[in-house]
Unconditional design. Structure first.
Length: 168
């Protein structure tokens, strides 16, 4: 999603976002404005666009059911303590579509995209210990817990790492 699309989410402009995306969007996608603000800030770096949020659209309903993105382009300073040649993955699926494999499919697709197109080998995911579904998801994708951090917004998060070469 480009900067204009993310601006529509920040401004709670459902009509504008729907027109740009050419798909139905539920109000639930406008929650968590902090993640939209973070994504918008990343656009200050023109090289970030390929790593920004992607809408997850359920084709048979032409409906946005979530998003998947990287928190930065590869090798940001904050990840270097965990791995080099790394990006942090983020995703969100609206409530009615959770536990249906959509987050797994989207995460797998962007991980493969980052590896094939940019040679990224290490992937980080930060997950709240209370988010049991995301904990199961990262485990199923081969992520291993490597640390714990206190996030200013989200509180305690477990940090997970996977290397694409471990799955070949």
């Amino acid at each position: 999603m480009n900067k204009e699309m993310i601006s529509n989410f920040l401004e709670n402009d459902l009509e504008g976002a729907t027109l740009l995306l050419e798909a139905k969007i539920t109000v639930e996608m406008f929650a968590h404005s902090g993640s939209w603000q973070y994504g918008s800030k990343q656009f200050e770096d023109s090289d970030y666009l390929p790593w920004s949020a992607r809408a997850i659209i359920l084709a048979d309903e032409n409906k946005m059911i979530g998003l998947v993105r990287f928190h930065s382009k590869p090798n940001p300073e904050y990840l270097k303590e965990y791995a080099t040649n790394a990006v942090e993955l983020g995703y969100r699926i609206i409530k009615d579509y959770r536990k249906s494999g959509y987050a797994t499919e989207a995460a797998t697709a962007v991980i493969n995209w980052a590896n094939i197109n940019f040679g990224v080998e290490n992937f980080i995911a930060s997950v709240s210990p209370q988010n049991k579904d995301s904990l199961k998801l990262v485990s199923s994708l081969g992520f291993k817990k490597i640390s714990e951090v206190m996030d200013d917004i989200d509180g305690l998060e477990y940090v997970f790492l996977t290397n694409i070469n471990d799955h070949l």
